[in-house]
Ligand binder design. Structure first.
Ligand SMILES: [Zn+2]
Ligand SMILES: [Zn+2]
Length: 734
């Protein structure tokens, strides 16, 4: 073949290809999917990808040569490219944006750079320090995949890491083990699979019978029902057939835990992990092994859905209700569940979604398709703790500082006396939730975002939770000049302080995203808690996930209604999920668990269902209201956020878009099925100095409606001072 067709890494060109001449020396090695450098107009040399070959090109213009092949290992197959193209269309975003998210582009560029650098170094290592020479010889031994580490010795691949550790250059740190959970294993004997029992057998057989189904299969099992053992049996079956498995967990910590378990059951050789924080060298290694089909089970977080695992025979997405599967910013704003569904269709492989509190839409579709399997009892038959409701209208006054009620105090005392552990959930971080002037009622807001600044006692600053701006506590009210400013509301930091006052002998720690600034603090605290070195753990929803500690017998939710009052159609669903998940952390072992919900709204339906841990009851009420208001699953929502530093300009642009869209829907007879709401100012009107307006599009015509919408959106061009973010199936509408 004489010419290669390439996709260039430039926005706005879609999947348009360009032809380049293949130099003779590349003819034997060039392949579809390789990253190459090509000259492109005034831009000079740019990245491109080989997607096809031909002997002729139309017309007789002069064709330029491919400059070099960046990496011999192809990055994708044509099938994979089709998947990315589909993702770009579905999420109304540029193809190159998706490509850059899916492929480790930085790695490829860097690889090429480092290769160049190394070729410049003289063979005898003249001018190098002793240490540099030693590293260089190690790198040469290992070949290309370790060349990357030349720049970042500390982040090297597992094998190089060991070599470097031997020479004493590098210490294998805790952080490394966290990113590469398999590095702690050497020759761990493979444990036999657990024999399934009771409901597990039914679920396993039921799911097996649906393996040919084109639709997702839902495994709805209460917390601690033993879903993982069912997954493992299914994985074994798929491996036995010679196919591979992709297994997603909502976040990195859970994916790491999962990877270790998989390695123990199926052998370390066949298992690998993929997520956004694994080192680049490690990623490159895994990529190569995936390409050579050496990995049988790939575990990971959201981005692993784009890793090029081959010959997929099963995809599992655990805790499928978690918002972390959706990328909100930047584009592509993809949902790993949606991409996985497409991927499963490509491979004709089953997709299993698992949760104790499924997404309402997932549950709706699975039950309509007869793809729903349930496990209603806990694995070891320990009963689910029945949450007890503390009505704060009665108990609030007598509560410690109006926050920790007497009954909760008593339970905490008794739990500590038994030597057991306590989890306290407070779903707001910071010390207080707002600062207000008692004289005129003014609430101190972030100057760049329209939300209250939150007092952080630990750093003695007011902090904005959107843009992280900090400021000192003002002496006077900016509105009326009074000095009667005081903080109100409760956050995790205040709870931590109060609990330490009440239980001075207990070991108390706090987990929320404020501690995440310290790398791996989250993981360290969780393992400390697991080892029993913490008595009371206070935290936000971060503590509701995945904690499986048999010694936790008390869970207290301090403000159980706080999640339900958010102005978002999914607020009830999220509130219900959080309460049910956190309640599920209690009494997982041999000791009976207790759960206490403190609330001012004991009658609210989602709250009642969480209290009785009755998903079906919650679902019935929720699905009716979704139908009544045409919310998903009865429509698809596309959210447009139009923002600008100029409030007026943002409003004007959003009105223009809405008007154009409305006249389009009328012109093509879609107005009954494609509804345009707004523009309205977003609930959070300003973030980071940008005024925000939103338009919600409700599409009740599924694919046909979606095509219509994306055609319209593709044509919109925005002035320079206006930003448009398109979010298909948004997580929230705040
Ligand atoms: Zn005032
Ligand atoms: Zn701010």
């Amino acid at each position: 073949m004489k010419y290669a067709m390439v996709l260039v890494n430039i926005k706005g060109l879609g999947v348009k290809t360009f032809s380049y001449l293949i130099p003779d020396e590349m003819k034997d090695i060039i392949q579809i999917g390789q990253a190459v450098l090509v000259p492109f107009g005034r831009q000079g040399l740019i990245n491109a990808f080989v997607v096809g070959f031909s002997d002729y090109i139309p017309g007789d213009f002069r064709v330029k040569k491919i400059n070099r092949i960046l990496d011999k290992t192809p990055l994708f197959s044509l099938k994979y490219l089709k998947l990315l193209e589909w993702v770009a269309n579905y999420y109304c975003t540029d193809f190159v944006t998706v490509l850059n998210t899916a492929l480790p582009m930085r790695l490829i560029e860097k690889n090429a750079k480092v290769e160049l650098a190394v070729s410049l170094i003289k063979e005898d290592g003249e001018g190098l320090t002793k240490r540099q020479k030693e590293i260089l010889s190690l790198l040469k031994e290992r070949g290309k995949s370790s060349l990357i580490e030349f720049e970042e010795i500390a982040k090297t691949t597992r094998t190089t890491m060991k070599k470097l550790a031997d020479t004493g250059f590098v210490k294998i740190e805790e952080e490394y083990i966290y990113r590469n959970p398999l590095s702690i294993f050497k020759d761990v004997p493979v444990e036999p699979l657990y024999k399934l029992q009771g409901e597990q057998v039914d679920a396993y057989e039921g799911i097996k019978s649906k393996f040919k189904s084109q639709n997702p299969i839902l495994l709805h099992g209460v917390t601690a029902s033993g879903k993982t053992e069912v997954y493992f049996k299914l994985i074994q079956d798929v491996l036995d057939e010679g196919k591979n498995v992709l297994f997603l967990a909502p976040e990195i910590a859970l994916a790491s835990q999962l990877t270790k378990r998989l390695a123990r059951k199926f052998g370390i050789k066949d298992v690998a992990i993929w997520h956004s924080s694994i080192g680049e060298g490690e990623k490159y290694d895994v990529w190569q092994r995936l390409y050579k089909n050496e990995i049988r089970i790939l575990a990971g977080a959201r981005s692993a859905v784009f890793a090029p695992l081959q010959n997929i025979g099963l995809i599992i997405i655990d805790e499928e209700h978690e918002g972390a599967y959706k990328q909100t910013n930047p584009a592509p704003r993809y949902d790993a569940r949606v991409v996985a569904r497409r991927l499963a269709q490509f491979y004709q492989a089953p997709l299993i979604l698992g949760s104790a509190t499924p997404d309402v839409s997932t549950y709706y579709y699975a039950s309509n398709n007869n793809n729903l399997f349930e496990m209603k009892h806990r694995f070891n038959n320990s009963p689910l703790a029945k949450p007890q409701v503390i009505n704060m209208q009665e108990h609030g006054k007598a509560a410690y500082r109006n926050i920790i009620s007497k009954p909760l105090q008593t339970e905490i005392t008794e739990t500590l006396e038994r030597g057991q552990q306590v989890i306290l959930l407070m779903n707001r971080r910071g010390y207080s939730t707002y600062t207000q002037c008692k004289a005129c009622g003014t609430v101190i807001e972030c100057p760049d975002c329209s939300i209250p600044m939150i007092w952080h006692a630990s750093i003695k600053q007011l902090k904005c939770h959107y843009c992280n701006k900090e400021m000192t506590f003002p002496d006077y009210c900016p509105q009326c000049g009074s000095d009667a400013l005081s903080t109100s509301g409760v956050g995790t930091q205040k709870i931590e302080v109060l609990i330490k006052e009440l239980y001075p002998n207990a070991r108390v720690e706090r987990i929320d995203s404020d501690i995440l600034t310290k790398k791996n603090a989250h993981i360290e605290l969780l393992s400390k808690f697991q080892r029993g070195e913490i008595d009371i753990l206070v935290g936000t929803q971060m503590i509701a996930k995945g904690l499986d500690n048999p010694n936790v017998t008390l869970v207290g939710v301090l403000s159980a209604d706080s999640g339900f009052s958010v102005p978002d159609y999914r607020a009830s669903e999220r509130g219900f999920q959080l309460l049910t998940q956190v309640a599920g952390r209690a009494g997982r072992g041999e000791f009976k668990g207790k759960v206490l919900f403190q609330t001012y709204n004991p009658e609210y339906y989602a709250f009642q269902s969480a209290k009785s841990q009755n998903y079906e009851k919650f679902f019935e009420t929720e699905i009716k209201s979704r139908e009544e208001y045409d919310y998903p699953p009865f429509s698809q929502i596309v959210r447009l956020i139009i923002s600008s530093e100029n409030n007026f300009r943002a409003e004007k642009s959003s009105m223009e878009i809405a008007m154009k869209f409305n006249s389009m829907t009328e012109k093509f007879g879609f107005s009954e099925y494609v509804e345009v709401l707004g523009p309205t100012p977003c609930v959070i009107e300003k973030i980071n100095g940008f005024y925000r307006f939103q338009i919600l599009i409700k599409n009740k015509l599924s694919q046909k409606g979606h095509d219509f919408i994306s055609k319209f959106l593709n044509k919109i061009t925005m002035p320079k001072d206006i930003r448009l973010a398109i979010d298909v199936d948004p997580l929230d509408i705040l």
